[in-house]
Design a protein around this ligand. Structure first.
Ligand code: PRP
Ligand code: URA
Length: 210
């Protein structure tokens, strides 16, 4: 069911988020934490996936049980930082297809610049989870989702770890049909369009490029 942005207040997610924010957390631990938070967010975001009845035989006898109803899923990380969330989600949904969208924010204009788009050919038949740890101005998310819709996808979810109010507003206006999940809603953007307090530059912290 789609609606207002959902903030996951699960204690494990909130605990890990503290260490992700800490500027003293090193690259290895940061990367591990982003992956773990993504896995926990995936667990929460998929709680309405349809199930169907099945039957297996346990060592004791027949058991009527449930399995996923075979819904087709795709995850689409926004490069680079979204890549940090892929492993955690694939651990939960190993059969998901993976597309990639390359966008970076121009440092002067803060506007997204597109450089790559490769999606599963049957993306229009799949539920799509777009991944990016940071929703700041919202420009990257809006452009990425527009690109995915242009390829025919209709049922899109957006998973970010930290959102700014400005980003949520922009995304909600541009794509009101997209359900947003995040782990925290922060206070604001600073003059460089970084989330305050946020966690700094997610891509640089995941890949150790600063
Ligand atoms: C970061 C982040 C988002 C974008 C968010 O990526 O991962 O994609 O900024 O900002 P926005 O909401 O204002 O568009 P960045 O441009 O730094 O690229 P990178 O992941 O390659 O480091
Ligand atoms: N991108 C980041 O990595 N961090 C921010 O705070 C904003 C955009």
């Amino acid at each position: 069911m789609k609606g207002k942005p959902v903030i996951f207040d699960h204690p494990l997610i909130q605990h890990k988020l503290t260490f992700v924010r800490d500027k003293n957390t090193d690259t290895k631990e940061f990367r591990e934490l982003i992956s773990e938070i993504a896995a926990l967010m995936c667990y929460e975001a998929t709680r309405d996936l349809p199930l169907m009845d099945t039957e297996v035989t346990t060592p004791v006898g027949p058991a009527k049980t449930k399995i996923l109803a075979g819904k087709k899923l795709a995850i689409v990380p926004i490069l680079r930082a979204g890549l940090g969330m892929v492993d955690g989600i694939l651990r939960m949904i190993p059969a998901a297809r993976v597309g990639h969208i390359g966008l970076y924010r121009d440092h002067e204009t803060h506007l997204p610049v597109e450089y790559y788009c490769k999606l599963p050919s049957d993306i229009s038949e799949r539920d799509v989870f777009v991944l990016d740890p940071m929703l700041a101005t919202g420009g990257s998310a809006v452009d990425a989702i527009t690109m995915i819709k242009e390829k025919g996808a209709k049922n899109i979810y957006y998973l970010c770890i930290i959102a700014a109010p400005e980003g949520l507003e922009m995304l909600g206006k541009a794509h009101p049909d997209v359900q947003v999940y995040c782990a925290a809603l922060d206070e604001k953007l600073n003059e460089n369009k970084y989330i305050v307090p946020g966690l700094g530059d997610a891509g640089d912290r995941i890949f150790g490029t600063k």
